[in-house]
Design a protein around this ligand. Sequence first.
Ligand code: PEP
Length: 245
Amino acid sequence: MRGKLVIGNWKMNGSLDANRRLLQELLPPLAAVKGLEVAVCPPFPYLAQVGALLEGSSVALGAQNLHSAGQGAFTGEVGAGMLEELGCRYVLVGHSERRSLFGESDETVAEKFEAALRAGLVPVLCVGETLAQRRDGSTEAVIAGQVRAVLQRVGGAGIAAGVIAYEPVWAIGTGETASPEQAQAVHRHIRALLGEATATPILYGGSVKPDNAAALFAQPDIDGGLIGGASLEAASFLAICRAAQ
Ligand code: PEP
């Protein structure tokens, strides 16, 4: 049985004060929400602060990106071992903003996924099609290319040690969500691509809100959510976590 997982992606938001207030509001009621795993991914500079604030809670720490090299002359980059040392369990790889704004290719993303595994982290591979790709009927081919690039590098056992997040690019931060049926169809397609790694958790992301979360999470191949905007507000994130119970 695959359990449910909800991950908050704070993107480039937060401050020492805002992070403390958010977690002070979120963690006490979240302690009563059982039967799922929850993680939050703050920006790099706040990992240590947020890690300390999460101590004693069951909420895991995650990062939003990493470099595929462990260390070296890569100014401005962060290695997997550093994230592990700071207490991260998860790391996002290939978020659509990384792919579109920072030019990350499927191969770069696969290298990052492998580097995260090597350091003992759980990589969360983000995949998804643009609106143009959905309209021209290439959604399944695009997703297959993104997933297979990682499968070819780490194999079924490697991908099964991670998580996949299906995030249609047209639904990220737009307020437009895939319908539960649209999301389920792509999740089923992803699961079919995984072969022996069929138990890999597959999350849905893209404008998940308290009022649409339950219907999405009720789909048979949706194992939880990757939540952007709504993870910055304790009440919304809490309601989404409750919907995943
Ligand atoms: C995301 O950033 O991964 C995301 C899904 O954002 P939002 O929930 O704001 O659409």
